[in-house]
Design a protein around this ligand. Structure first.
Ligand SMILES: NC(=O)c1ccc[n+]([C@@H]2O[C@H](COP(=O)([O-])OP(=O)(O)OC[C@H]3O[C@@H](n4cnc5c(N)ncnc54)[C@H](OP(=O)(O)O)[C@@H]3O)[C@@H](O)[C@H]2O)c1
Length: 322
């Protein structure tokens, strides 16, 4: 495993982080048992992963708590989240603190390393900054939270509108954003100011459905070609990104997806979600592999650098069969 510093938190984190949400939810989302999900967490830690990302909303906090119980808590970085809104109403500070207290109970721990506001929409940012952040800072002073972060609502905020504001406000130490081979605008909009302000970044939507589900990429490419957003040639192939897989290059589409994002300057941690022991192992191998060949990276920039919002499905749009 390789480790890096998570921006101004100063935390030493593994470059591969285990996502405990997404469609997999450690495998619970695809019909695996609680024991199997616990084994995913423990094997990830055995393989050197020290950062685990969960959320009240994922319903995996209790399981993560059980998985880490026999482990050395101090060696782990636990990130979790409070929801930001319900039925269109933004959470009050009291609701966020109640969520924090519940997370501490579920995770069976005394503190959260990175506490995040989950899926903050651009129109909610003022509320997050002016109402919720001060309440979180008070919890930080009490020692219940070590660092404060927020996540964007990628499927609805394709242009990173919220994070482009948040990245300049010092209270946020960590930001989670969507970034992948066909959704690259963060290269201009988020990473340069994140580097400048020393904000730690966690990546989501790196593989999701588009780079893991049979046929999904080809269908998307056809839609993009019809809309005039990519060349018609790309739409003709059933495996349009196969040019990335060659001797000295990527070994698979998911390998390409994880390696492309990992080496982007400004990226701290690549989160990956899985319920499969095989994927756990191969994803970590990919994330610690060298960059893709320069020519392949340049081609991905050229072909897709202008796209926004590709591959950012909401969980309920998953095509995955349980
Ligand atoms: N707004 C937010 O705050 C937000 C939103 C989305 C995600 N997140 C966080 O980001 C984490 C990662 O996002 P994500 O779950 O979408 O992860 P991801 O790594 O982009 O995609 C995971 C999907 O790809 C499959 N997969 C993983 N490795 C594979 C491989 N080697 N070969 C084939 N298929 C593979 C997984 O299924 P298998 O189980 O079969 O491996 C799963 O369906 C989440 O767990 C969560 O912690 C946060």
């Amino acid at each position: 495993m390789e480790y890096t510093t998570l921006g101004k938190t100063g935390l030493k984190v593994s470059v591969a982080g285990l996502g405990c949400g997404g469609n997999s939810r450690l495998g619970l989302g695809t019909g695996r048992s609680e024991e199997e999900a616990i084994a995913i967490v423990r094997n990830a830690v055995d393989l050197g992963v020290n950062i685990l990302d969960t959320a009240a909303n994922y319903k995996t906090e209790e399981l993560v708590g059980k998985a880490i119980k026999p482990l050395d808590r101090e060696s782990l970085i636990i990130a979790t989240k409070s929801s930001f809104q319900k039925d269109g109403a933004f959470f009050t500070a009291d609701q966020v603190i109640a969520s924090l207290e519940n997370s501490l109970r579920e995770l069976d721990t005394d503190y959260i390393d990175v506490f995040q506001l989950h899926a903050v929409p651009p129109k909610g940012y003022d509320h997050a900054l002016n109402v919720l952040a001060p309440a979180l800072e008070r919890e930080k002073e009490k020692g219940k939270i070590r660092h404060i972060g927020l996540t964007e609502t990628s499927p609805r905020d394709h242009g990173h509108e919220m994070l482009q504001r948040a990245v300049h406000d010092p209270v946020w130490e960590v930001m989670m954003l969507g970034f992948n081979m066909m959704h690259q605008k963060a290269r201009q909009k988020v990473f340069p100011p994140a580097i400048e302000n020393n904000v730690g970044t966690l990546l989501m939507f790196v593989v999701r459905n588009i780079f893991s589900q049979e046929g999904y990429l080809a269908n998307t490419m056809r839609e993009l070609a019809e809309a005039g957003l990519v060349s018609a040639d790309l739409a003709k192939s059933d495996n349009p990104l196969d040019f990335l897989i060659h001797e000295g290059g990527a070994t698979s589409l998911t390998d390409a997806a994880y390696r492309f994002v990992r080496h982007q300057p400004g990226v701290s941690v690549v989160l990956f979600g899985t319920g499969s022991q095989d994927h756990l192992r191969t994803n970590i191998e990919s994330i610690v592999s060298p960059p893709l060949p320069e020519a392949d990276v340049a081609k991905l920039h050229e072909l897709f650098g202008h796209l926004e919002g590709v591959g950012l499905d909401l969980p309920d749009r998953s095509q995955k069969k349980a």
